[in-house]
Write a protein that binds this ligand. Sequence first.
Ligand SMILES: *Cc1c(COP(=O)(O)O)cnc(C)c1O
Length: 357
Amino acid sequence: MRTWAEVDLSALRHNVRTLRRRAADTPLMAVVKADAYGHGAPRIARAAVEAGADSLAVVTVEEGEELRRAGVDAPVLVFTDLPPEELRRARALGFTVTAHSTQSARLIASVGGLKAHLKVNTGMNRWGVEPEEVGEAVRLLGDSMTGVYTHFACADDPDGPGRRETEAQIRTFERVLAARSFAGTLVHAANSAGTLWWPAARYGCVRPGVALYGLHPAGGDPEGEGLRPVMALKSYVASVRRLAPGEGVSYGFTYRAARETAAATVPVGYAEGYRRALSGRSEALIGGRRRPLLGRITMDASVFECDADTQVGDEVVLLGEQGPERVTAEELGRLAGTINYEVTTGVNPRRVERRYV
Ligand SMILES: *Cc1c(COP(=O)(O)O)cnc(C)c1O
């Protein structure tokens, strides 16, 4: 393969154990939606369960089906809205679904035989029944209801203005929980940020996604939270050339060599998920050093400065460590005007093989 993603399953297991410890051994639901944030859901799910995850969460029935085909038999919660035929598939596979509105509660009841968690809107205003509709949704779901949950909008900002927003969401959720008996149902709220920074939101289980992959929920340094990045993105030098002063590189000549410069062509482009917005901004690791990207990222290739003695075949690290240097998903996200989540989730599996180590 041209460019590959190394997925470190021992780092994943370390992160699962770290998050469980951090949450005082609260049961852990590993969020493996979107192909485990680009890391490959079947292998990640298996490793997470080995390391102590109690259940798994996905967004589509198909994502859950892929886990079952791979022999993963842990409980699965589906987070989002499903049409009737998908609800029937979820029932056949034994998945728990989400009732996110009174209409969806009614639909789940009419399909019958399903287990459902009720999602409550405590302020995120994306999914969830309003607090005053909880009574009706509970009645509609009847015995199907096995859990109740909410989702935080600002839990990644525990020391800034987001603190008050999360406190308000927790208060609203507490009012919902106090208004009727939820005995025997699983209560949950904490995403990665909640798991790390909101002990009041642990309830019956925590629900981390991004932190499992060793990424920092607020774009900071994951090592500061004891997390180890799971994905590295690696490629190789496919050709080397010498640029004379004044020569341009790649489309539009947005870069021109100021002096004689060695340039390495690397077979990674935006089709691999190496985002074009990084053009002229990012650095890769070649020969144990940081080397700047020259000009624009194209669909299939990028050009980096290199040394005069860089050889064809030398390793190039776009994300991860080489020698003493390290490029993080947080750094690439910042440079591309996005977040670490999108950096790994955007690695295209049709172009980039995952190698599990
Ligand atoms: C994606 C998602 C999570 C995980 O969020 P992270 O920020 O990645 O930890 C948890 N709960 C719900 C409902 C989600 O959609």
